[in-house]
Design a protein around this ligand. Structure first.
Ligand code: ATP
Ligand code: MG
Length: 387
């Protein structure tokens, strides 16, 4: 079996083996190569200790970001390559972090600590595939299975429960029975995992079309990961062919009351703008939309959010209305109106809160195309509010 590896990866492997150490590409890239998917990056593992790895690349740019974990980053032909010393991970006392990371000279030990059989394969152009746990067979059968004893591996690091769901969605693989059983049984241990890591795996999972099937099978785990959430709409998510993370999350969570949805999003510690936009979509999820009010919605939500709302409602009919409103150069903000508060006061509107109210009314009239955004017309319309 021979896989084409990029020139910089081959060069890095050569530079390590030239000094007598072992080196392989490992993990996701091997899985992808076997599946015929072009890998998005190549991880290299080696028997060389970090300092020894550095010495293999003298003369090249070496970045020491993760050196205490055994990772050395090398700049090869302008590409960043991560090279990590073979590791074994000690007991996981808290279910989160291995209590010790120790380096090992054996690839077998390194593969043993990896999460799933399909992620636990290594490859070198001369040595071929190293597949100690039947990863290739599982790949052929489209099966996701823990390396070793599933309850033990998921107890060590509960994040693997969500990673199993993510990979099942990403690869469209079925989760093998004992792994699935252990996932259900150990779901409460997700409370030990940092919210940021949980958020990352959940968001990655829902991006895949097969997420709906996975959520159906492991709904209980989703609620264990996000207990603030009262319900999920898997059908709405699966009906969404497209859409970014914010849109997809809104589809999944829209059935919640605002308070629960807010609490759920907040607990994931997502960026404020993500939370705010997602919540806004949930709030307006079922809002009746029609051609005449498109400019109003554009003004209220902004173009990006309004496009997300149309996607959620599977409404393509109103898309041309966005182009039309933008081409007309309608004033999407009050400050884009052809008059301002001072003009209204000069025209006799009493200074005070009424000025803002009249401006808002005029703005809405312009957006409804009831009056032109023209100074004279707006003053005329403004005066009618005085009587
Ligand atoms: P992707 O295509 O999504 O990047 P990947 O397999 O590279 O897939 P990563 O999350 O980048 O996934 O992890 C890289 C590799 O590190 C995995 O293939 C796996 O071997 C190992 N790994 C990552 N996280 C864990 C974990 N929590 N427990 C055990 N092994 C892990
Ligand atoms: Mg990866």
């Amino acid at each position: 079996m021979q896989f084409p590896l990029p020139a910089e990866v081959l060069k890095a492997l050569d530079m390590i083996t030239a000094r007598g150490y072992e080196a392989y590409v490992v993990g996701g890239c091997v899985r992808d190569l076997l599946m015929g998917i072009p890998p998005h990056d190549y991880d290299i593992c080696t028997s060389a200790l970090p300092e020894e790895t550095k010495a293999c690349f003298c003369g090249e740019r070496v970045i020491e970001t993760g050196i205490q974990h055994g990772t050395v980053t090398v700049l090869m032909n302008g590409e960043m390559l991560e090279i990590t010393t073979f590791r074994t991970e000690g007991d996981y006392l808290d279910g989160r972090h291995p209590s010790s990371v120790s380096f090992t000279r054996s690839i077998e030990n390194d593969l043993m600590r990896r999460d799933f059989t399909v992620n636990a394969m290594a490859y070198h152009p001369e040595k071929g595939l190293v597949d100690l746990y039947g990863g290739r067979e599982d790949l052929q059968d489209k099966r996701l299975r823990c390396v070793g004893d599933a309850p033990e591996r998921l107890t060590e690091d509960a994040l693997r429960i969500l990673r199993a769901m993510r990979f099942s969605a990403q690869l469209s693989f079925a989760v093998e029975e004992s792994t699935a059983q252990a996932m259900h049984n150990l779901k409460d241990r997700l409370s030990l995992i940092s919210r940021e890591r949980i958020a990352q795996e959940l968001l990655r999972m829902i991006a895949f079309p097969a997420a709906a099937n996975v959520l159906q099978q492991f709904e209980d785990i989703f609620f264990a990961a996000l207990p603030q959430c009262k319900c999920i709409d898997i059908t709405a998510l699966s009906a969404l062919r497209d859409g970014d993370e914010i849109t997809r999350m809104a589809a999944l969570l829209h059935c919640n009351d605002t308070q629960s949805a807010d609490a759920a999003l907040q607990s994931l510690k997502l960026p404020t703008i993500f939370q705010r936009n997602c919540l806004q979509l949930i709030e307006h999820y079922a809002a009746p939309l029609e051609a005449a009010t498109v400019p109003l919605w554009l003004a209220r939500l902004g173009e990006e959010q309004f496009r997300r709302l149309l996607l959620l409602q599977h409404n393509t009919a109103l898309l041309p209305e966005i182009e039309r409103a933008l081409a007309e150069n309608l004033p999407l903000q009050v400050r884009d109106l052809a008059i301002n508060g001072r003009d209204l006061i000069a025209a006799g509107v009493p200074a005070g809160p009424m000025v803002g109210e009249v401006l808002a009314r005029l703005h809405e009239m312009v957006l409804r195309r009831e009056v032109e955004n023209d100074r004279g017309r707006l003053l005329e319309a403004g005066r009618t509010f005085l009587s």
